[in-house]
Write a protein that binds this ligand. Structure first.
Ligand SMILES: *[C@@H]1O[C@H](CO)[C@@H](O)[C@H](O)[C@H]1NC(C)=O
Ligand SMILES: *[C@@H]1O[C@H](CO)[C@@H](O)[C@H](O)[C@H]1NC(C)=O
Ligand SMILES: *[C@@H]1O[C@H](CO)[C@@H](O)[C@H](O)[C@H]1NC(C)=O
Ligand SMILES: *[C@@H]1O[C@H](CO)[C@@H](O)[C@H](O)[C@H]1NC(C)=O
Length: 422
């Protein structure tokens, strides 16, 4: 018997015998991709920032805006998608085949457009003017975006869950260990940091990493050790937002909403026989982290710019069984443009997962049909009894592995700040 599982549910034995064999991949029927915007300017400066003046020179479009490098990264991602789905998508954009939605931020809207310029030849840069066509990108106002930007600020229940995480002994111990560090950092940055939300510390890291990525020398206090500690602080906070305790309940209020929307998209396509083949969501690292949390796949790594999580729905080859249905889902994660995307395994269902099983396993992390109340305390949802031991056992192993902050890979580039998509 393991300890509490990743979802905050009691862990049972891992019923490996129930796991199906990896299935051969059938033909694609539907794809959903969720990606982070490309390289951007830092979100903020800090009072003692020696490079304040340089901001307008290096990032003439302003704080938080997509850079030329960010545009290039998205073009590249679009070309990758074209290559991967060459045989699946029509050669040119068709509105009934592809639907693109972005958060209402300049950097994600621009990222979606740049991506589409890589995906569709008629939108490509350098296209002769007479043949050039832009591709539509849909959005909703930030305050109404329940799908890609989670209403955690205005959700008391989420705050309750977060409080439970931050009041836990391990969190408090880690935080106490960093009090001296944060006190020094206050002195260096002119920010008030001790006892404040940890995202303030992330913003310092974000600023430093963006400046470093653009060739500016860092102030002498910003040693590699300081940066590493800031990254660990950031991972602690992300873990509290998307990980245990009660990760599944948090997911119901965040990443599980998007997961549910993707599954609903596919159901609708099947039920109505729609010609829709692909939905694309242009969003933030917080979106990807929440989605990873909902899938039980957050492992301490922050998604880099233009990181892309893909859901590929395929026709199931062989006999459809009652439980599995006639469709499988496989997941990929592309966080490095120099290699092949990583295949991801849903805990408890490695390889391409029968849709029915995928639904069962992710049910605790998706909001129930009547929606999740943001107000008031309530008991955690009890998912179908057969699913719990399987999922919780499998993810307990993952949680044990991933909670070690040592796993955190330190990479240049800007980090995120929770509580505001970046
Ligand atoms: C803060 O900075 C001042 C001036 O640089 C220095 O005298 C003081 O010792 C510093 N305090 C801490 C806590 O580092
Ligand atoms: C897919 O989901 C999004 C978000 O819920 C929605 O706006 C869109 O209409 C859906 N498309 C289909 C075909 O279900
Ligand atoms: C799966 O079965 C459903 C219902 O029988 C059908 O509507 C759908 O087209 C099938 N999907 C595939 C990919 O074969
Ligand atoms: C990509 O993600 C995997 C899994 O989280 C991680 O092990 C790897 O270090 C990441 N690579 C990059 C370049 O971010």
């Amino acid at each position: 018997m393991a300890g509490p599982g990743f979802w905050g549910l009691p862990a049972g034995p891992i019923l490996l015998l129930l796991l199906p064999q990896a299935l051969p991949e059938g033909p694609l029927v539907f794809v959903a991709v969720v990606f982070r915007h490309g390289d951007r300017a830092p979100l903020a400066s800090y009072p003692t920032d020696p490079h304040k003046e340089a901001i307008t020179v290096l990032w003439p479009r302003g704080l938080g805006q997509l850079t030329g490098e960010g545009v290039r990264q998205q073009l590249e991602l679009g070309r990758f998608l074209r290559n991967r789905y060459e045989a699946f998508l029509s050669p040119e954009y068709r509105r009934e085949e592809v639907y693109v939605r972005s958060t209402d931020f300049d950097r994600t809207l621009e990222s979606a457009q740049a991506n589409l310029a890589g995906l569709f030849p008629e939108a490509a840069p350098g296209r002769p003017e007479a043949a050039w066509r832009p591709i539509p990108v849909h959005t909703v106002p930030v305050t109404e975006d329940k799908l890609l930007r989670f209403p955690t600020r205005s959700c008391p229940r989420y705050h309750e869950l977060l409080r439970e995480a931050t009041e836990a002994a391990e969190y408090q111990t880690a935080l106490e260990g960093w009090t001296d560090f944060l006190t020094h950092l206050e002195n260096y940055t002119g920010l008030s940091l001790v006892g404040e939300p940890l995202r303030r510390a992330w913003k310092v890291l974000d600023t430093l990493m963006c400046q470093q990525a653009h060739g500016l020398p860092l102030p002498s206090w910003a040693s590699p050790n300081v940066l590493r500690t800031l990254a660990q602080i950031s991972a602690l906070d992300i873990g509290a937002h998307v990980g245990p305790p009660r990760a599944a309940e948090k997911a119901q209020l965040t990443g599980g909403i998007l997961l549910e929307a993707i599954l609903a998209n596919f159901s609708r396509v099947q039920r109505l026989g729609l010609p829709l083949k692909m939905v694309m969501y242009s969003a933030h690292d917080s979106t990807l982290l929440a989605l990873q949390g909902a899938l039980g796949l957050y492992d301490g790594h922050t998604p880099p710019y233009a990181a892309c999580l893909g859901f590929e729905f395929r026709r199931h080859l062989g006999d459809p069984d009652e439980d599995a249905g006639n469709v499988t889902i496989s997941l990929f994660y592309r966080n490095d443009s120099s290699g092949l995307p990583l295949p991801l395994n849903l805990p408890g269902c490695p390889g391409s997962c029968p849709l029915g099983r995928f639904r069962q396993l992710t049910a605790p992390a998706r909001p129930p049909a009547h929606g999740v109340p943001c107000h008031g305390s309530r008991e955690p949802a009890t998912p179908a009894a057969t699913v719990v031991p399987l999922l919780a056992g499998a993810v307990a192993v993952l949680a044990g592995l991933s909670m070690g902050l040592g796993l955190l890979a330190w990479r240049p580039g800007c980090l995120r700040a929770w509580g505001g998509p970046v």
